[in-house]
Design a protein around this ligand. Structure first.
Ligand code: M6R
Length: 614
């Protein structure tokens, strides 16, 4: 939520900052703004709505030339998304400007204090309170860095704050708690960003900031301290993707491009997973094998699509390891006093590595003595940094707000974890593990086959563009696929969509079925006859009530063809791995339906890519 950029160097700060905001706009698009230090004053512009509104404003009224600037693209929490509440916020004296991501939980008390001091707030935001506090410190004689430390010590909640002082040209200061911030290191210039996309066109050298750390950048230097001013340890890293990965490459949407990148993302996530003796290796797992052997229970946590990836994984992990595995919404986890301890492995799934609910849940789990293993796509992000171990998915940057390649690679990483645990705990023979690995290695090609046959799904989207509601059904590992299909449609097409376990149909949902309701059904492969046949019976029950059935089944499944109004053929795969191919047509359908309806697929209304507030 919210994208933040900071820059000091010899280039036009306005251009660098706006360029960075363009790449971060997927994090929030309620308003955008920029502030520069020029001629001993703050020059700023901000506009409600998408970044394009700000760009139009800047084209009409350019800010003065400057090499020091900050910028923000907002996902509104406190206060409506209008010009006044847009960031940057400037202190009363006009000396300090700042941008903020997060929620200041004690802002009401701080606001009362400032009002008692004679300050009148002009916006409804929690952020303005911080700007006024900072301004008060600086006006009282404090250096901007010292002032930010003092203010941060008083703040409760989650924040990334980036600030400039009109009387300190060439310096940008920033601080973070429970909210992301990375430093980009250039030659004679330095950058700040909510993530590396902000500065990837300038540098691929980055520094992770830890919890409760503060950084000051100048053109030639960067210094990191804690909130008391003590030097802090940081981790420098090289970003393994470049600008081209963050561009649309001729596709109309990032989402469509990311759907097409899935074969490559799966192949990259599978790379380097074998040791010399042919056994499976997960280098990033820093938990001792003896500890892994003692695990009695696995709890997978995540939000949204990441949660559904966990639901898919549960079937495979329990089957291969015989370790009981539960899947829970990270947003619910710590509030129900869960029973976890040293013999529970908590697996946190997060594409961004910054989801606040998941972050809080892993901290809770660690306090209870559990080891946490993160499955994450974003190097340098908070969740893997705070976890005991990590498996990185190598999907490359995911910019479309709706997760696609993130999901498939999360499922794949969970499979790798399941197989690794089976190897460690000897619940599967080596050749059995090798057989599954060999099938996993065929998955990039199978996903490509689904992509090659997408024309049929694209046509369906146009046909269903007026439907107010769609139902998705699946059994076993197909059930979370149904949930994911429904989530994609809600997010992108803004229509009512629900996913159900097909076996639940007669326990209630069948009442909503009539001739106007399209029902997508994911049919398990024929290898597991009972599951397959029961799902085919469900389709007959739906058809008997007049609904249109869109059936995803093995391409040559003749047993299901008579009951399918539309049969979307899937490649042959085993039941546990079927989600990797069955999800793809549902992604394509949602993307296309939203396109047909004229929606902004990459930036759906009310959403943001990473949810960094609870
Ligand atoms: O970055 P994360 O994987 O932690 O994000 C979790 C969810 O917010 C995310 O999957 C969300 O549900 C997507 N918009 C789904 O398309």
């Amino acid at each position: 939520m919210c994208g933040i950029v900071g820059y000091v160097g010899t280039k036009s700060a306005q251009e660098v900052v706006v360029d960075g905001l363009r790449r971060l706009e997927y994090r929030g698009y309620d308003s955008a703004g920029v502030a520069l230090v020029a001629d001993g004053a703050i020059a700023s512009a901000k506009k409600a709505g998408k970044l394009a509104n700000l760009e139009n404003e800047l084209a009409a009224l350019p800010l003065p030339a400057s090499g020091t600037g900050i910028g923000h693209t907002r996902w509104a929490t406190h206060g409506a998304p209008n010009d006044i509440n847009a960031h940057p916020h400037v202190s009363r004296s006009g000396r300090v400007a700042l941008v903020h991501n997060g929620i200041i939980e004690n802002f009401a008390a701080l606001r009362t204090e400032l009002e008692a001091d004679g300050l009148t707030m002009t916006s409804e935001t929690d952020t303005e309170v911080v700007a006024q506090l900072l301004g008060r410190e600086v006006d009282g004689g404090a250096d901007i860095a010292e002032a930010l430390r003092t203010v941060c010590r008083r703040l409760e909640g989650a924040f990334t704050i980036v600030a400039v002082d009109a009387q300190a040209p060439g310096r940008v200061v920033a601080a973070r708690r429970n909210s992301p911030l990375v430093v980009g290191l250039g030659e004679g210039e330095n950058f700040l960003g909510s993530d590396v996309a902000a500065f990837i066109s300038h540098t691929r050298e980055a520094v992770e900031l830890g919890q409760d750390q503060m950084v000051e950048i100048t053109a030639d230097d960067w210094q990191v301290t804690d909130f008391d001013g003590n030097p802090a340890t940081t981790k420098r890293y090289h970003v393994d993707w470049d600008l081209s990965a963050a561009q649309k490459d001729g596709f109309d949407w990032f989402m469509r491009k990311e759907i097409h990148e899935q074969p490559r993302a799966l192949a990259d996530t599978l790379l380097g997973r074998y040791a010399e003796d042919g056994s499976l290796t997960l280098d990033e797992i820093r938990i001792a094998v003896s500890e892994l052997r003692s695990i009695q229970r696995i709890v997978i946590i995540g939000c949204g699509t990441a949660h559904y990836a966990g639901m898919v994984a549960k079937y495979a992990i329990e089957h291969w390891t015989r370790i009981p595995c539960e899947v829970e919404l990270a947003s619910e986890f710590r509030y129900r006093d869960p029973i976890v301890g040293p013999q529970t492995l908590v697996v946190a799934i997060s594409q961004s590595g910054e989801t606040a609910d998941t972050l809080m849940a892993i901290r809770y789990a660690q306090e209870q003595g559990s080891k946490v293993l993160a499955i994450c796509n974003t190097n340098g992000s908070t969740i893997p940094r705070e976890s005991n171990a990590v498996i990185y998915t190598h999907a490359g940057p995911e910019i479309g707000v709706a997760s696609t390649k993130g999901f498939l690679t999360q499922v794949l990483a969970c499979y790798l974890l399941g197989l690794y645990l089976a190897q460690v705990k000897n619940t599967k023979f080596g050749d059995e593990i090798a057989a599954v690995m060999s099938e996993l290695e065929s998955m990039p090609d199978k996903v490509q086959q689904v992509l090659d046959a997408q024309q049929q799904v694209l046509g369906l989207a146009a046909e269903f563009s007026d439907n107010p509601s769609v139902l998705f059904l699946g059994r076993h590992a197909g059930y979370p696929v149904a949930l994911e299909g429904a989530l994609k449609l809600k997010e992108l097409a803004y229509i009512h969509a629900e996913g159900f376990a097909a076996g639940e149909l007669k326990h209630g949902p069948i009442a909503v079925i009539d001739q106007d309701l399209p029902v997508f059904v994911v049919v398990p492969p024929r290898g597991r006859d009972m599951l397959h046949d029961k799902t085919v019976s469900n389709i007959q029950e739906i058809r008997a009530r007049g609904a249109r059935t869109i059936v995803l089944a093995e391409a040559d499944d003749q047993t299901v063809a008579p009951y399918a109004d539309v049969l979307i053929g899937l490649p042959k795969v085993s039941t546990l791995l079927q989600p990797l191919v069955a999800t793809v047509p549902l992604q394509i359908f949602a993307c296309e339906l939203a396109t047909v309806k004229g929606h902004d697929v990459d930036q759906p209304r009310n959403l943001a890519k990473s949810v960094t507030v609870e």
